[in-house]
Design a protein around this ligand. Sequence first.
Ligand SMILES: NC(=O)c1ccc[n+]([C@@H]2O[C@H](COP(=O)([O-])OP(=O)(O)OC[C@H]3O[C@@H](n4cnc5c(N)ncnc54)[C@H](OP(=O)(O)O)[C@@H]3O)[C@@H](O)[C@H]2O)c1
Length: 251
Amino acid sequence: MRDAVGRVQSVLLVGGSSEIGLAIVRGLPRTESAVVCLAGPDRPDMERAADALRHEGVARVEIVDFDACAPGGQAEVVATACADEPDVVIVATGYLGDQQLAERDPEAAARIVDINFRGLVPVLVGIAQRLRSQGHGTLVVMSTVAGERPRLANYTYGAAKAGLDAFTRGLAASLDGSGVRVVVVRPGFVRTRMTAHLKPAPFSTTPDKVAQAVATAIDRGSRIIWVPGILRWVMMVLRHLPESLFRRLPG
Ligand SMILES: NC(=O)c1ccc[n+]([C@@H]2O[C@H](COP(=O)([O-])OP(=O)(O)OC[C@H]3O[C@@H](n4cnc5c(N)ncnc54)[C@H](OP(=O)(O)O)[C@@H]3O)[C@@H](O)[C@H]2O)c1
């Protein structure tokens, strides 16, 4: 439960090594005794993140193994990861993949869908149940503007994220009145290791900017945010462009 001045006592980051996810964790006001749980597939990556968080004063950091492609076991992952009754859960798992490879290799395409959508659904259902029974908490889910309209360069990723975005909005509606809030985050291009091999797109931003926007959204009770905010209006226009025009856009 957040304390009297709104500081979090417990945070769960699914995608425990995510650059954006960790920036969001760092951007949340927390108590001196706060606990952070990191859940993800790569222990060494998460151990490094945990060491950094401890160094910055986080009292306790827990690590839980979670691979979105592994069949079964999600109930145990959720039970362990939610043991400290998280005030904020951030789902920052994501995988851009290689779109050209995904066009030749069905397994590569399925992997993109598994990590960004299919493998997250049971975890989201489990987390929502836990938060509902707590009667409080905020669930932050990392979507993307790429889910708004598929682009040739990354349409498998965009399609999977569109599924995640739609599912999360439905889940949010199902949580109305439970005391649990949900924030869907739709950033544009964020400069992280996920995009390090790509030329920055217009309106590119940083993990810290995303973290600031998420902290504000949690304070204000916003349901959907674009980062930067101008992308809300850019996407409103792009969404309605005729397909023939849209396909001619660069990138
Ligand atoms: N960067 C951008 O431009 C951008 C824009 C819009 C939205 N987003 C979204 O923001 C979120 C965070 O992205 P980021 O930029 O911080 O990228 P990141 O640092 O690569 O984080 C992605 C996270 O997903 C985890 N992951 C990868 N494969 C997994 C699997 N099989 N099972 C479970 N977890 C797995 C990664 O773990 P490992 O350490 O093992 O790889 C990592 O913790 C993602 O959902 C991404 O789609 C990013």
